[in-house]
Design a protein around this ligand. Sequence first.
Ligand code: CDP
Length: 227
Amino acid sequence: MSNMKKEYAYLPLLVELGKRGCIYTPLRVSRSELAKSIGVSGWKLKRMLREAEAEGLLVAIRVGNSVRYRLTDAGRRILEDFYRDLRGIFDERNLRLKGVVTSGLGEGAVYMSIPQYRARFAELLGYEPFAGTLNVKLYDEYVPVRRTLRDAAGYRIEGFSVNGRVYGGVTVYKASIRGHDRSAECALLELDVTKHGPEVVELIAPVKLRDVLKLKDGDPVEILVYL
Ligand code: CDP
């Protein structure tokens, strides 16, 4: 995790490169203007760029005398994390839920492997979710907060039946989850039919959250639901 703090030290550089469009395409940027925006000397900027490149946060493509810069996936991820943090701070409509990671009965994996659901989730969220759901047991005081979700607009996946078996509908809310000192994109599912009580929420994500956020049962997490 100490590594993460080090990465955040590059935030001003990554933000300025992002503002100049170096997100997916390698672009030429004026190093003197960049230095001015960040408020460092030309010499210091050069060192920052070299270190950020060594950390795998950006790539510098040298053509003759000119250099083009582009953020890497890791560099973009730092900006995305930061963006989620800012949304959490400033967007007051968002719903904040807190609880601890818990294990279910392996049903999430079954549910999330059904092709019809997978296709709909991919369509709504823009990613293929990891085949499973991360269960979070909310602290008592957040259960009423969760209930207010019912009145909020989410993305709707209607129930369907395959070979006579009925699969229930789901309302999907885009969200992010923070554990320890990292956050990740996810979505909160409100299932029409569930065996869980109102204290348990189920999350899906493009990645296995337990691995990415280093979570085990009982670890505290915070969920920010984007409304
Ligand atoms: O066994 P359980 O019902 O809790 O979970 P599952 O839906 O079968 O998912 C398999 C495992 O992946 C569980 O340990 C989940 O907590 C975990 N998971 C995760 O870490 N990230 C996700 N996006 C989905 C599931």
